[in-house]
Design a protein around this ligand. Structure first.
Ligand SMILES: [Zn+2]
Length: 345
């Protein structure tokens, strides 16, 4: 935050309910907070903060009992899909991907991606988001340019597929080698840019469009670069059936990923709806993180067994998915679901 352009400007906000989310879960009912440039310098009760800092503050803001809390983290969003809101209503997932979304995504330019990410980011900020995990689009450089401008933090990921049904012609010639090399290049170009706000992760769109070689090389490349992997996992029963039929496992995607040691603590598994207790055990043991997207779940995929995951010690976070999956970027939908879910746990 820059208030008046001076190098060490101090801004005091007071008369707010401040939810810190720190290790002691402190909440200040009449709180004050001091910001020095882009850092929190001090936090406490309003009277103490004002008496200590009002004489040296550049700006003092009365928040009139509003609530201050840390920014939300949206752990699954397709920024490139923002311009496609409404193009895929009321269809099943395979139709959604093959006939609507992939033709749209494969025709995007880098400039389209930049504009789409800007629009998406504005809606995310409106919903209280300050950091997001990109689920995978075509033009990471366009996304990075937008994120730099938006002031958000982001883990950016390219959409990666090297085989399978439904691919548009321009994506059909992607080999595992090309997929890995292009992501290493993007990592080199954009990781830790925008004052450290941008990270570049590896992507796997979904197992039905990935060779085993791509999965294994992604696993190893991400480990070498000490970065994350973002992948759609076990979204629909059909996916598990395809995996059982083509990869000779008795369950589905998660069981196969466990077998090839793809399940690791740097994996962010999106959706992860169709898993049984054994597979929840695999995820927990490996330290895999799950992104649950309630709006997309209600609309198309079904709900992940969040209660069982939490009881197994899995970190479950919330995402919105892309605009055509839910037609909104509101984290409120997710938090309502979590709040409602807390009565069920
Ligand atoms: Zn997604």
């Amino acid at each position: 935050m820059e208030t008046n352009g001076s190098r060490n400007s101090l801004t005091v906000f007071h008369n707010a309910t401040i939810v810190t989310m720190d290790s002691d879960r402190r909440v200040f009912r009449n709180g004050g907070i001091v910001i020095e440039r882009d850092r929190i310098k001090c936090i406490g009760q309003s009277p103490q903060i004002l008496s200590q800092f009002s004489s040296v503050a550049d700006e003092i803001v009365d928040l009139h009992s509003q609530i201050l809390l840390p920014g939300f983290v949206n752990t699954h969003v397709h920024t490139s899909q923002q311009l496609g809101r409404g193009i895929a209503d009321d269809v099943d997932l395979v139709t959604w991907l093959h006939d609507r979304i992939w033709p749209y995504e494969s025709n995007m330019t880098e400039e389209d991606s930049y504009i789409s990410t800007l629009l998406c980011g504005i809606e995310l900020i409106h919903s209280g988001v300050t950091c997001f995990a990109e689920a995978g689009g075509q033009h990471v450089s366009g996304m990075a340019r937008a994120v730099e401008k938006l002031g958000l933090r982001a883990c950016l990921t390219k959409s990666i597929m090297d085989c399978g049904d439904g691919l548009p012609p321009s994506w059909a010639d992607q080999t595992a080698d090309v997929c890995i090399q292009s992501q290493k290049q993007l990592y080199k170009m954009h990781n830790n840019t925008a004052d450290g706000r941008i990270r570049v992760w590896f992507g796997i769109r979904q197992i039905m469009n990935s060779t085993d070689r791509l999965l294994i090389e992604t696993r190893d490349a991400a480990k070498d670069l000490e970065t994350g992997i973002h992948m759609h996992v076990a979204e629909i029963p059909y996916e598990n059936e395809v995996v059982k039929g083509t990869r000779s496992v008795e369950r589905g995607t998660v069981t196969f990923l466990d077998r090839i040691e793809f399940l690791r603590s740097n994996l962010l598994a999106a959706h992860t709806v169709w898993v049984d207790d054994t597979e929840i055990g695999f995820l927990a043991r490996a330290g895999v993180k799950v992104s649950h997207c309630p709006a997309a779940a209600m609309r198309m995929l079904g709900f992940a067994p969040v209660r069982e995951m939490l009881q197994s010690g899995i970190t479950v976070s919330l995402g919105t998915d892309g605009a055509p999956s839910n037609n909104r970027m509101s984290m409120g939908t997710g938090y309502f679901a979590l709040f409602y879910g807390s009565f069920l746990i």
